[in-house]
Design a protein around this ligand. Sequence first.
Ligand code: DCP
Ligand code: CA
Ligand code: CA
Length: 370
Amino acid sequence: MPPQERIVMLVDLDYFFAQCEELRNPSLKDKPVVVGMYSGRTETSGAVSTSNYLARKYGVKSGIPLFLAQKRLEGADAVFLPVDYDYYQQVSDKIMSILREYSDILEQAGIDEAYLDVTKRTRGSYEEAELLVLQMKAAVKREVGVTFSVGIAPNKLVAKIASDINKPDGVTVIRSEQVKEFLSPLPVDSLIGVGKKTVVKLSEMGVKTVSDLARYDIQRLVEVFGKTLGVYFHNAANGVDNDPVQEAAEPESIGRMGTLKENSCDIDFIMQKIDQQIDEIYAEFQPKKQSYRQVGIVAIMTNLSAKSRSKTLEKSATDKETIHKAARELFEKYLAETKQELRRVGVRIAHFSNEEREQKQLTSFFGTTQ
Ligand code: DCP
Ligand code: CA
Ligand code: CA
């Protein structure tokens, strides 16, 4: 018996970081908005994280240098803002929890995208799936105020490519009988895992489009790229992808709490306690061979009210010093705001990922040909 046809969606939030900035400051909406990752070397060194669609009309897009973006937007009344991950993460979390209510299974695939398996609740009907998307869009618009684009297809591979077709605020449906026709004319690098080097190699073999690749002798692909990759390319080009949508494991964190020897608002005294806790946290964390992305603190006042603060790092980290620095920064800011003595304090790290391991897996899968 053939496996049941699935209905899989990829939801991708539109111009995400820039849309978040418009959300908290609606007056930005009719201006070009650029969100930049400022490296700090000079005032304009760094790269564009993303930009709104107005700025994209001037040729400003993710990855280009900030000075170039400035040049292209000269005289256009553009607004440049630094990335604020914590805020984008909060917006993202809220949206993901809404989307989860509309799916059988949700697999988050980044800060601004998620795969949804909706086979059961739509009883395998694409019409139902489209209606579901309208409901999702309305709910997210109403409760958060953000738009997104969706690809609906029989698998993740096709849903992801489809989500890029109608942007912003679009929906693209590719039913299984349309998959071949949809993929055929696309360039081979539309397929996940086909990087620059592969494109060159395939081009030398006379393979430019997905349909060229789909028709290419699989034995020959295996000879050139090895078994795993050769078979993967063949299947992908034919729109075959059986990768299930899987809920990620519960996000973990490692933390410690403790009482100060005496109530205090002295940062150095507080950090003595925190550094002991960081030593313990790090001893527990290090053997996992993972990286962390978030550092949080907890402060309990003398009246026993508790407050927590957290910081999402620009890049995942694996070292102890980064925990110390982030925790110190959070406490300094907190103490400056509240000017109250603390009784108990705590620190934690979270948002773990197996970066090293994942990278290795990807390298062994795609790496030699990229
Ligand atoms: N991002 C980044 N640097 C990049 C690419 C992306 O910092 N080179 C960040 C900013 C984006 C977010 O990731 O807002 C999501 O990336 P997408 O590729 O989904 O792009 P956008 O959401 O910005 O735009 P689109 O509307 O095309 O999806
Ligand atoms: Ca996006
Ligand atoms: Ca995305």
